[in-house]
Design a protein around this ligand. Structure first.
Ligand SMILES: [Zn+2]
Length: 83
């Protein structure tokens, strides 16, 4: 969890610390969310109060732009193992 927060935002590359977002697109929403299925998102791309670019403001709009959130898990895993 903590290591993920220190990674750059997967959308814009903003340097950490960022928020750890629990993946919930598609099948990922249907079961208990694991702490390993998290991706780093900056506040602007994550939090509702930041408006239209944020995942929790409009999940559908976010996915149309960036694809499903779990699509970034491979990238995050690679970044974590590269440390
Ligand atoms: Zn961002």
């Amino acid at each position: 969890m903590l290591a993920v927060k220190m990674l750059p935002c997967v959308v814009c590359g903003r340097a950490g610390p960022n928020d750890a977002h629990h993946c919930q697109s598609d099948r990922f929403g249907a079961r208990k969310v694991s702490d390993y299925e998290v991706i780093p998102l900056c506040p602007r791309h994550h939090r509702h109060e930041y408006g239209p670019g944020a995942y929790h403001y409009s999940k559908r709009a976010w996915e149309e732009k960036h694809g499903p959130d779990h699509g970034f898990l491979d990238l995050v895993a690679r970044q974590l193992s590269a440390k």
